[in-house]
Design a protein around this ligand. Structure first.
Ligand code: PGA
Ligand code: ZN
Length: 416
């Protein structure tokens, strides 16, 4: 059998923020898989624990002692069995023993090792011949919050999505153009702007929250006219990072404004309506399912997406579905640990017509697996940065997937 696991290597590497992270290599009889784990800066409280006490060194020790001996001799094709085994070896609810990032890297390296054992691209190994839809890229062009310093806006991410782009390559180009136009406008608006960018390659200007949105929306409109696509703006408010539990309000330091939950709802509604937003992620803190539901009820033609709210966790998603908290969910496999867990949550989202958005994290490596997951899971949207090598590798991998699919390639059927 080509996909029998013969060897596993573990190592410590660095991510795009220079933090230590874990990389796993899996060698099968005829294949090889390598995966490394990303890291969040604005993590949800209900995510799995990324590393055991002792960090990456301890994670490597535990992987060598507890995971490697169990997996050698298994078939990499048995993804679900291996993911279940990772849970059993860990023995906790949140992977705090071996580390969620250890489970993630082993799980993804297994999938890739199985795919290469049979000379298949990962997306086809996971989803079969019929997987042919490319996602729309949702790209971060301007930002602040926990991904930048100084006087950048409080809102973490100002995003763009090029709806109606005929191909993935066209869509990627549209996002790059918006990023460039935003850069030029910022230089005009602020002579002291240094061209600084945050963790995900988005411009990090000294600017108030709504002023920044005006610039992004204007750039979207210009690119829409020039390319004949429909570029629309979105936001990741990462509101848990703005929420002060003691004062029960959202603090916008840059603007010198505090908003209680009702005022936050009015503010977000004003942004969605007046700027024709296509997407708003985490507009409220991670336990406020009720305000999420209020907003979702009131908006039209806009995705309301839960990231810290759901943390790719099926149970939290089900809780959200029951109260109609949102209509979209971020899928970050390392928030739950394994590929199988991420797929189970994605399946639940699809059944209930929540739009799944496969996503990068703010601390990334050159690992491009999320490109394959977006196609394999048939996700209409992929959230990854527009610039910086560790973001562009995901975009470039999707361009290659589009080429592999040839005339079978289609953009996802997705309209707002
Ligand atoms: P992260 O968050 O910093 O936890 O990766 C990015 C996001 O909120 O989407
Ligand atoms: Zn987010």
């Amino acid at each position: 059998m080509s996909s029998v696991i013969e060897d596993i290597m573990t190592r410590k590497i660095f991510n795009s923020r220079g933090e230590e992270t874990l990389e796993i290599d899996i060698v099968t009889t005829a294949g090889f898989g390598r995966a490394s784990a990303p890291a969040g800066a604005s993590k949800g409280k209900a995510e799995v624990v990324p590393y055991p006490e002792g960090g990456v060194d301890e994670a490597i020790k535990k992987a060598e002692e507890l995971i490697v001996p169990e997996l050698i001799g298994m078939d990499a094709n048995e993804q679900e069995e291996i993911d279940i085994l990772l849970h059993e070896i860990d023995g906790t609810k949140d992977f705090r023993n071996v580390g969620g990032n250890t489970a993630f890297a082993v799980s993804l390296a297994t999938a890739e090792a199985a795919a290469t054992s049979y000379d298949m691209p990962l997306f086809q190994h996971l989803a079969g011949y019929l997987a042919n839809e490319l996602p729309y890229p949702l790209g971060n062009v301007l930002g602040g919050g926990k991904h930048a310093l100084g006087k950048a806006p409080d809102i973490q991410e100002y995003l763009v999505i090029p709806l109606k782009a005929p191909t993935f390559s066209d869509a990627a180009k549209a996002n790059i153009l918006v990023h460039q136009k935003v850069g030029s406008s910022l230089k005009k608006a602020d002579k002291t702007f240094t061209g600084g960018r945050g963790d995900e390659g988005a411009w990090a200007p000294n600017m108030k929250n709504e002023e920044a949105l005006e610039i992004v929306v204007k750039a979207c409109e210009e690119v829409s006219r020039e390319l004949g696509v429909e570029c629309r703006a979105g936001l990741d408010m990462a509101a848990s990072t703005l929420w002060k539990q003691k004062e029960k309000c959202y603090v916008y330091t840059r603007d010198g404004i505090k908003r209680d939950s009702g005022e936050q709802l009015d503010f977000v509604l004003h942004l969605v309506e007046d700027y024709n937003l296509a997407y708003v992620e985490d507009p409220f803190h991670e336990e406020d399912y009720e305000s999420f539901a209020e907003l979702t009820k009131k908006v039209k033609k806009c995705l309301i997406c839960g990231d810290d709210l759901f943390v790719t966790n099926r149970e939290r998603l089900i809780r959200g579905i029951k109260v109609c908290a949102a209509n979209s969910i971020i899928i970050k496999a390392n928030q739950v640990g394994t590929l199988t867990d991420a797929w189970e949550t994605t399946k639940m989202a699809k059944k209930t017509r929540y739009i799944p958005v496969v996503s990068h994290r703010s601390g990334e490596t050159s690992d491009a697996h999320i490109a394959h997951l977006a196609v394999a899971f048939s996700c209409p949207v992929i959230k990854t940065g527009v610039l910086h090598g560790e973001r562009v590798v995901k975009i470039n991998e999707l361009i290659r997937i589009e080429e592999t699919l040839g005339n079978r390639a289609e953009m996802s059927i997705f309209d707002l």
